[in-house]
Design a protein around this ligand. Structure first.
Ligand code: ZN
Length: 95
């Protein structure tokens, strides 16, 4: 149920995954946070597709709201991101 050009969103979405890593590692990177929130607004389907949209929104809010992300959330996000990166690599070498 999306009329977004899949090729355009894919480029964007790989950059978003890189930003998620930044945010996990740097606790509160203001630039990464702004890019992530902007992307969530313009491309809500991609993170929902990965199954990490809700976790990521919570993480973005927590990180810069003074709270630590719970270890379970960090672990889950790392696993989901790693899966996503692997899927992208496989589908690209498959072309
Ligand atoms: Zn996206």
């Amino acid at each position: 149920m999306s009329d977004v050009d899949p090729e355009l969103t894919q480029l964007d979405c790989s950059a978003v995954i890189a930003d998620v890593w930044l945010l996990l590692d740097n606790e509160c990177d203001q630039n990464a946070r702004e890019r992530l929130q902007g992307h969530l607004d313009s491309c809500p389907s991609c993170l929902a597709h990965y199954g990490i949209e809700q976790q990521l929104k919570a993480l973005v809010n927590r990180k810069c709201g003074g709270d630590q992300a719970p270890q379970s959330l960090r672990d889950r996000l790392r696993i989901e991101i790693r899966k996503t990166v692997i899927v992208h690599e496989v589908s690209e070498s498959d072309r």
